[in-house]
Design a protein around this ligand. Structure first.
Ligand code: BES
Ligand code: ZN
Ligand code: ZN
Length: 478
């Protein structure tokens, strides 16, 4: 898809079809009203109708606000893709209202996405040309162009994250993730350090090292950094990059293992965010730290009953090798706080618990932390970005569930109660005192991947966490 702005009059723009957003049928010409009524066009359901004789494409949107507009444009593009059409034009002003470029671009680009890499009969998709007529806009051209460029940077990163998540584990393993990180770094002037298993062992990162022991792929610790001149502050993003989670010796069931390529969702989101900062001229120093590991079985696998020593010296009794994400994150959190001083915000992203899906569903990110103020700030970013978060509360009674008879803590509690929160509290053991109120844990187990399409997500990876975090960073300046 290629989207451009034009200040030519709409009727002077050459295009196969014109897209018309229908808020209220009554506002259309009588002839068109009649036509749409005949096909039971529902303005509340983002219905679409192509009037071939007139080259007009109608899409319904009963409210022209944010999420509605995104859903409207994604509905339109999905229908248009099925037609043999090469170009579309539309006026930025619809129903006497100037639409927001970032919102409609999100709908178009995220709605159009499909992962076809492994379809042998997938036709080479023709590039749709979309022209937005801005003649009647009240905003300056330069501002509109900037809005378009930013929206394209964000949405292309989201789609990149989706494709990384969707790539099968045979083709995407820790080294692939490290190579992606290197490429993203070179395209965005980031620094990039990759550490292998020797580093993990010599630096006491045994929790992370042991998870990857049985895999034929070497684990990789990835550290990307974006460092603008005179940064306004420092943000650290830590991602769970399990390129596959078989469960390890506490093996998942057949059905439970399907889709576990999504377990790299947190690390992939961190890659997506790091890929967008330069384009958005971010004024904060941002570090992206990813634990890229494959959790497999084999003679060399780590075992339930093992006791692992994490980078901060804490000992962990392994009771379930399928609770591996928290082991990887434990060491990555320690690494981040040892390497980076004066942190303002530290967030971790992880497809950490099935319990999060039980609690919040497949759309909502479970959000945990010690600072109500910070959680409220993240909620604001959720509201404005369109990503959904739900706060899961820590309390003083749950930490005792993590007690171990033999070590400092267990990696998996005896009871399933509050499984997402006890996982969050496990991670809390690896957050330094001075960073407690700066930390948020984002459990994206449900939101990162979906077996069926919802909203402007197709089935598979969604890119959860990218828009949310970029919005959070943008709002810091306000
Ligand atoms: N990667 C899974 C969590 C997950 C489940 C992500 C479903 C996406 C969809 C994680 O490593 C895991 O297996 N967690 C266990 C923890 C348990 C053993 C304490 C779980 O949720 O069952
Ligand atoms: Zn697991
Ligand atoms: Zn996992």
């Amino acid at each position: 898809m290629n989207i451009k702005l034009s200040n030519k009059e709409l009727n002077k723009i050459n295009s196969d079809i014109e897209l018309i957003v229908v808020k209220d049928l009554k506002k259309l010409e009588k002839k068109e009203q009649k036509l749409l009524k005949k096909v039971s066009f529902d303005t509340k359901a983002f219905d679409t109708y192509f009037h071939a004789q007139e080259n007009k494409f109608f899409v319904a949107c009963s409210k022209l606000k944010k999420e509605d507009l995104k859903l409207c444009f994604s509905s339109a593009i999905r229908s248009i893709k099925k037609l043999n059409i090469k170009s579309i034009k539309f006026d930025l002003i619809q129903n006497d209202k100037e639409l927001k470029i970032d919102e409609l671009v999100e709908g178009l680009v995220l709605g159009e996405y499909e992962f076809t890499k492994y379809k042998s009969n997938s036709k080479k998709a023709k590039k749709l040309q979309i022209t937005i007529c801005t003649t009647n806009s009240k905003k300056e051209e330069e501002k509109l162009e900037k809005e378009l460029a930013n929206a394209l940077a964000i949405t292309s990163s989201v789609n990149m994250v989706r494709s990384i998540i969707n790539t099968p584990p045979e083709d995407y393993f820790p080294d692939t993730m490290a190579n992606d990180a290197k490429n993203i770094a070179s395209q965005n002037d980031l620094t990039c350090i990759i550490h292998g298993e020797d580093y993990l062992q010599t630096n006491g990162m045994n929790a992370m090292f042991n998870v990857g022991r049985a895999s034929r792929h070497e684990s990789k610790l990835i550290h990307l950094a974006y460092k603008p001149k005179e940064p306004k502050g420092k943000i650290v993003l830590v991602g769970k990059g399990l390129t596959y989670d078989s469960g390890g010796l506490s093996l998942k069931s057949g059905a439970g293992m399907v889709s576990m390529k999504c377990d790299k969702g947190g690390g992939s989101a961190v890659l997506g965010i790091m890929n967008t900062l330069k384009a958005l001229s971010c004024e904060y120093e941002v570090h992206g730290i990813i634990g890229a590991v494959e959790n497999m079985i084999g003679g060399d696998a780590y075992k339930p009953d093992d006791v692992l020593v994490a980078k901060n010296g804490k000992t962990i009794e392994v009771r379930n090798t399928d609770a591996e994400g928290r082991l990887v994150l434990a060491d990555c959190l320690c690494y981040a706080q040892d390497e980076i001083k004066d942190i303002d915000y530290i967030f971790d992203y992880a497809t950490l618990t099935g319990a999060c899906i039980v609690a919040l569903g497949n759309e909502t990110i479970g959000t945990m932390g010690h600072s109500d103020k910070l959680k409220a700030k993240m909620q604001k970013a959720a509201d404005s970005s369109g990503e959904l978060i739900g706060i899961l509360p820590f309390n003083r009674y749950l930490p005792k569930q993590l007690k171990s008879g033999i070590a400092d803590i267990v990696n998996s509690t005896a009871s399933r109660a509050a499984g997402s929160i006890t996982a969050g509290l496990f991670l809390d053991n690896f957050v330094k005192k001075e960073n407690k109120k700066k930390w948020l844990h984002l459990d994206i187990a449900g939101a990162a991947y979906s077996e069926s399409p919802w909203g402007y997500n197709s089935f598979g990876g969604t890119g959860a966490g990218v828009r949310l975090t970029l919005d959070f960073i943008k709002n810091l300046d306000k």
